[in-house]
Design a protein around this ligand. Structure first.
Ligand code: ATP
Length: 362
């Protein structure tokens, strides 16, 4: 089921002030994809999720699920949550501690009045799917955090929803478990071929889990794309900075050389991927990811941009060196191969491929 959101706004009134939690949001969420709403606290992610589920109603706009209008301000339509056929997994899994795994998962079917046989069959099937067969009679509290998360997922799936929505479901797990569960969840959702809408403020989670990401700020959607598109080809300083570590270098366009832009920057002349609509004289920001910068031998490699800098800080993090290199008055974040012999205070030569440098508005 695809979801189409058109011109959705939601305003709240708090202490006599109007808060535009959602400000004209339009989004197409393709069927059978994992679609993430990513943004800082207060940007409107949860409000949008609640409007999709039907726990809240927008002030303006329209929401369609699989072609069916579930909300339309203009037509006065509001389909209640229980009629939308959606499943939801929350941050607090809301697993009932006094119930067994079976009882927890069976609950939504009991509420619907299904027969005992049918319930047993469907719960068995979904527990097998989330790899919890054999745990049926285990009290829910005697499970690990990851297993509890799978019970919550099973309970959301047992009613065979058209779409499943997640509100920061992994934020209560420790870092290692979060990583494992993330992998598991992606595998489950891909196997299920279900549309999933996932809310998080954690960029790593968004990048590793999603098919597509919408980056939100102040109630608006700034950018939508695949994880690689929003990471490597972001269109604004905010997204560049929010979605990962970024070197943002001020500059001005000097000219063009085929598909490359020549930029006079605060760290010297650079060649970058050209962008339409930027003519000579335009102020720009060059966005360079730490991993775009690589160590260069003392000579050669003419096609790369070359920079000479001094290692100011250096941290060995196992798989790489992370550090700061000063180039003139600017400090650049770098991530360099762990095998290189590097020392703080040393001068090094760095380079980057022009097309990997993204030009942004200043
Ligand atoms: P977080 O990651 O912190 O949950 P979020 O991106 O999900 O944040 P929302 O919870 O959607 O953000 O909130 C968006 C804005 O609307 C915030 O400024 C919030 O304070 C405000 N808001 C949300 N619900 C209400 C409400 N019931 N009454 C008043 N203001 C609200």
């Amino acid at each position: 089921m695809d979801i189409r959101i058109q011109g959705v706004s939601r305003r709240f009134l708090a202490h006599g002030k109007v808060i535009p939690a959602l400000d004209g949001v339009s989004l197409d969420i393709p069927a059978r994809s994992i679609f993430t709403l990513l943004g800082p606290s207060g940007c409107g992610k949860t409000t949008l999720l609640r409007c999709i589920v039907g726990l809240d109603a927008p002030d303006e706009g329209e929401i369609r699920i699989g072609g069916e209008v579930v909300f339309s301000q203009a037509q006065g339509i509001f389909v209640p949550p229980e009629k939308r056929g959606l499943g939801m997994v929350f941050q607090t899994y809301a697993i009932w501690p006094h119930m067994s795994v079976f009882q927890n998962v069976a609950y939504p079917l009991e509420v619907r009045g299904l027969s005992r046989d049918e319930i047993r069959k469907r719960v068995g099937r979904v527990l097998e799917f989330v790899q919890l067969s054999g745990f049926e009679s285990r009290p829910a509290t005697r499970l690990s955090g990851g297993q509890q998360q799978r019970v919550a997922l099973a309970r959301a799936l047992v009613a065979e929803p058209r779409v499943i929505l997640f509100d920061e479901p992994l934020s209560n797990l420790d870092a290692k478990l979060r990583e494992e569960t993330r992998k598991e969840l992606r595998a489950f959702l891909t196997r299920l071929q279900i549309t999933a809408v996932y809310v998080t403020h954690d960029r790593t989670e968004a990048l590793s889990l999603s098919d597509r990401i919408a980056v939100m700020k102040d109630g608006r959607v700034l950018e939508v794309g695949t994880p690689r598109e929003v990471y490597f080809h972001c269109g604004s300083r905010f997204v560049a900075d929010f979605i990962g570590r970024a070197n943002l270098i001020a500059g001005r366009i000097r000219g063009r050389d085929k598909d490359l832009a020549l930029v006079d920057s605060e760290i010297g002349p650079l060649r970058c991927a050209a962008r339409e609509g930027l003519s000579p004289g335009a102020a720009v920001t060059v966005c360079l990811r730490p991993e775009n910068l690589r160590l260069l031998p003392a000579a050669g490699q003419g096609e790369l941009n070359r920079l000479r800098g001094r290692i100011e800080t250096l941290l060995f993090v196992g798989e790489a060196w992370e550090g700061e290199i000063s180039v003139g008055a600017k400090r650049l974040l770098v991530q360099l191969p762990a095998a290189s012999e590097l020392r703080e205070g040393n001068e090094i030569d760095l380079g980057f491929v022009p097309r990997e440098a993204v030009l942004l508005a200043p």
